[in-house]
Write a protein that binds this ligand. Structure first.
Ligand code: HEM
Length: 115
């Protein structure tokens, strides 16, 4: 079971890297729109792997702080709502990539510093 947890953490970190990378891709390829679908894929991967890690905790012998997970889900939902709102539009507001990457970095901070 430890391998499953490691695999999920591995994918969870790749999902995070994808979202950070998407910020730079967005600025280089489509500064004003459309929004790259990679944001949605990265966020989806975070949701699936994060939930799997959380739900498998009794089997992987981990104890996770429920409040911390709740805050991380809330931040991720904000990311997903913003992404879904603009992903099918030709243009998006200037602040959007900065807001999405800022929320992603916020979740990294919560993951690491919330003991
Ligand atoms: C943008 C969204 C997210 C980002 C950037 C993110 C980032 C991270 C990072 C960097 C870690 C590794 C921390 C460490 O090992 O010290 C981590 C671990 C974890 N995350 Fe997330 N996360 C996100 C969303 C979520 C969500 C939505 C959930 C739950 C539904 C979740 C559940 C977890 C769990 C349970 C761990 C601990 C894994 C372990 O070491 O066993 N994450 N996250």
């Amino acid at each position: 079971m430890e391998f499953v947890r490691q695999l999920l953490v591995f994918l969870h970190l790749l999902g995070m890297a994808m979202m950070i990378g998407m910020f730079f891709v967005q600025l280089r390829t489509a500064k004003e729109g459309p929004l790259n679908k990679g944001w949605l894929h990265g966020a989806g991967l975070q949701l699936v792997t994060g939930f799997a890690l959380y739900l498998l905790a009794p089997l992987t012998h981990q104890t996770y702080d429920h409040a911390k997970i709740g805050v991380k889900i809330t931040v991720l939902v904000a990311i997903m709502v913003l992404t879904v709102l603009f992903v099918n539009k030709d243009r998006f507001p200037k602040w959007l990539p900065m807001a999405l990457v800022g929320l992603t970095v916020l979740n990294v901070g919560i993951a690491v510093f919330w003991a």
